[in-house]
Design a protein around this ligand. Sequence first.
Ligand code: GLN
Length: 445
Amino acid sequence: MKKEEMIKLSLLEAVRYIKKGEITARELLEATVKHIYSVNYNAILSLFEEDAFFVADKVDMAIAAKEPAGVLAGIPVIIKDNIDVAGYACTCGSGAFRANIAKVDADVVKKLKAAGAVILGKSNMDEFAMGSSNLTSAFGAVKNPFDMKRVPGGSSGGSACAVATHQCFFALGSDTGGSIRQPASYCGVVGLKPTHGSVSGAGCFPLAPSMDQIGPLTRTVGDCAAVFEVLALAERYDRYGSDFSDIRTAPMRVGVINESLPEIRGDVSAAFDAAVVTLKARGCEVREVSVPSFIAAHYIYKTVAFAEITQSMRTVGAGRELLGREVKKRVLAGKVVLDSPALLAAGLAARIKLAEEMVFALSEVDVIMLPTAPSVAFRLADDPSKREIKFSDMFTQPASIAGLPSLSVPFFKNAEGLPLGTQFVGKVFREKDIFAAGKLLMGEV
Ligand code: GLN
């Protein structure tokens, strides 16, 4: 197989070829590394080539000896740079953490290693995951794969871009208010924010722990489910089963949030309508549900997140003076919230109300469908006070606030060829439903 074809395989296809001995893990890694050096999106901050080739060779030896090699055998992965890989810098996209060397692997990295994945490097991100553009990274902006003058989204913009541009077969990101799903939408890839608490966060630098969640970015829904099966804490899935690699699609009840409809405009509206038509054609029932607090999500998110950010950032000692403006601004804003018990209490009460409304709406349907973002990727030079930029997480925040699983799939492209994601929100621990909906919409069987 040619190198150009190899890097374009899906993760599941690549594993199959490696296990059949048709390509080796070393060949796949060589092709990937060569490609990484040929592109220039600033998506990757560091590469661990020596260790990666060592692991690839180990996988090849295991396969030659007919020993079990793991479900992700020989698959190169890029990890967001707020997740620890032992022995390497974990910068969190910050000048303050340039020399922060991780001592132990994050739990998710341990799981990937045990599944035979090849940890290839770390991806660029907004500083301490605060942002929706990668413009706050101390290491420079990441470029959008479809238009170098646009942002990749954020904060997991490096991960989304690396997957879209075939610099890896999947990547890990973290999502607090939309940081996996929104860049997935802007870069045309699949992104999952799993149920809160379903994947260990140990070894990931906290932003707002009550909403933070690590998850995968991939090129297909099937790949996403396969990676999630590796990452998920199986004991949390006693009731529903932790087998995610065999998702069957079937017509389902899809809810659209009545109160979200006025916010769906332009290209986003064309994408949303097309998704409704496609799902109906595939046998789904699409009906309106009500989430009256939908529009408050942005403010609830800010109140809760900023208070938690101020607490998270207290652990940053030396190098504080190197923190960027966005980080400093949020720490100050969070202090205001923490110093005002009434404000914090109002934020938390509004959070519970929104969460209850989301859960009630989901009692009437199998999944809720929303756009992932209110626009295509914006331009690097755009005015950040524009509504679609300021509120770029308006559709992703409700699931975050409620701790619900949420999947963005790259269903649509506008007339300029820029991608737009469609988002499915499911019940707690029911990732199976959103994978099924995503597969159905994307026509993946
Ligand atoms: N854009 C949101 C923020 O800046 C989301 C961040 C995230 O999910 N990590 O807070």
